[in-house]
Design a protein around this ligand. Structure first.
Ligand code: ATP
Ligand code: MG
Length: 430
């Protein structure tokens, strides 16, 4: 898969001193000293300094090096030379240079603001910063798949076009489906609840859609959602699973992407030990002590979550939120019906919620009652209610936001940078 190149940049080490190699990539930096041309070449694995010098290469190569603009694509043949001053301790003494795709006046020069960079996302993807973040993202997703696989979860897929409200009407995207009103899925949960009757433990990692009008650092309109559902599991089982999964993902990212974390200047230690589990009541009290005006019954808002989350060193669970603050499918606590058997996982350092989950109602009548209480149309939930009619089981599940998890691990301020092409209320291009 090298299409005429013999090495990726990461393979060019000081041990190759004196060897002839062919590399290919894009011009990352350049310095024109007339009779000496320095080019820094970037490929998917790293950067390499290359030098074309009068006397060491032919005139044609020197001219090609001079001509090659920032971000033009090149194939280069040269001799590896150790040089402690160069990145990676080696440079390439150029013999031949082929400009494959010229690039003149690359629009991103390094001082642009965030909106400009978002407008040019298709080009900004090449930045080392985004490369590092997106490699961390890919590693995190891979680690999630691994963890689920090792723990006996079957991967499933849910439809994107659906008829049911999952998380509340305020954030629904409506779609005209041959004259019928349908929605873009807010969560795959309801479908995972069907799959558990076949596979017991299931998961999916796919996009969810929310028409989030509030533009915050942690909301996208399309985000990747890692969701799992387990038969025969209660709230505590759910928290155990989330804890093990999140720890595994953090460990693997640190193990496999330390260079990228370093590039981002992120000092991140995978969390150790049990994640604290505090009740909503305790969390609310903490927030109130710090000045929050929330009163019992209201969901924790972003500022309150932030205040609480600054108090913790590792992720922590907040469980048993008030009944009115969550969606219809949550199971009320039999010991205290005004709260639900649900829990969110909040990341430390002010980041806040990265996972939401809990035990689901498995009783037919109770579920029907809650659907009506929420003003939803039961006829749209017939199949979902069926699951409670034919061999229902206690079950629990959760949804983890991929971008929020990556933003926490990589230490990014806005989750827009944790996905290649972010979707927000004002952005659907590129
Ligand atoms: P929030 O209250 O922060 O808006 P939520 O409670 O609506 O989130 P859930 O329905 O619990 O979110 O979704 C599960 C997880 O999916 C969240 O913990 C979060 O990580 C992620 N998530 C939810 N909405 C978004 C969004 N708009 N953009 C990115 N991630 C999201
Ligand atoms: Mg939530």
């Amino acid at each position: 898969m090298k299409f005429g190149k013999t090495h990726y940049i990461s393979e060019i080490t000081p041990e190759l001193q004196g060897r002839e190699v062919v590399v290919a990539g894009w011009v990352y930096r350049k310095r024109d000293l007339g009779s000496v041309q320095f080019l820094v070449l970037r490929d998917s694995t790293g950067i390499l300094q290359m030098v074309a010098k009068e006397g060491e290469c032919n005139e044609e190569t020197l001219q090609a090096a001079k001509r090659a603009g920032i971000e033009s694509s090149l194939r280069a043949k040269g001799i590896v030379r150790q040089d402690p001053r160069a990145p990676g301790g080696v440079e390439l003494v150029l013999k031949e240079l082929e400009v494959v795709g010229p690039s003149e006046d690359f629009p991103i020069k390094g001082k642009e603001g965030p909106e400009f960079l978002l407008d040019h996302r298709h080009l900004y993807l090449r930045s080392r910063r985004l490369q590092a973040i997106l490699k961390i993202r890919a590693e995190a997703i891979k680690a999630m798949h691994e963890w689920f696989y090792k723990n006996g979860f079957i991967e499933t897929e849910a439809p994107t076009i659906i008829e049911q409200v999952v998380e509340g009407g305020a954030t629904l995207f409506e779609l005209n489906y041959f004259g019928k009103k349908v929605y873009l899925t807010q969560s795959s949960q309801l479908y995972l609840e069907a799959f558990i009757t076949a596979f017991e433990k299931v998961y999916t990692i796919q996009p969810s859609f929310r028409a989030e009008k509030s533009r915050t650092w942690r909301h996208l309109t399309e985000f990747w959602h890692a969701e799992a559902e387990m038969a025969w599991a209660d709230l505590n089982d759910m928290m155990d699973v989330v804890e093990a999964l999140v720890k595994y993902v953090a460990e693997k990212v640190v193990e496999r992407r330390s260079e990228e974390l370093e590039y981002l200047k992120r000092r991140f230690e995978p969390p150790d030990g049990r994640f604290p589990r505090i009740s909503y009541d305790e969390a609310l009290e903490m927030a109130q002590r710090k000045g929050s005006k929330l009163s019992w019954g209201e969901d924790l808002d972003t500022p309150s979550e932030r205040m609480i989350s600054l108090e913790f060193e590792t992720p922590f669970f907040v469980h048993r939120y008030p009944r009115q603050s969550r969606a219809f499918y949550h199971m009320p606590d039999p010991k205290r019906p005004e709260v639900l058997l649900c829990a969110d996982l909040l990341a430390p350092e002010g980041k806040g919620e990265i996972v939401g989950g809990g035990q689901r109602i498995h009783d037919y009548n109770l579920l029907l009652e809650r659907i009506k209480e929420f003003g939803l149309d039961p006829s749209r939930y017939t199949w979902y209610l069926d699951l409670r009619k034919y061999g229902t089981v206690p079950h629990s599940g959760f949804g983890l936001g991929v971008e929020r998890t990556v933003a926490w691990i990589a230490g990014i301020r806005h989750i827009k940078d944790a996905i290649g092409f972010p979707r927000t209320p004002t952005r659907t291009i590129p």
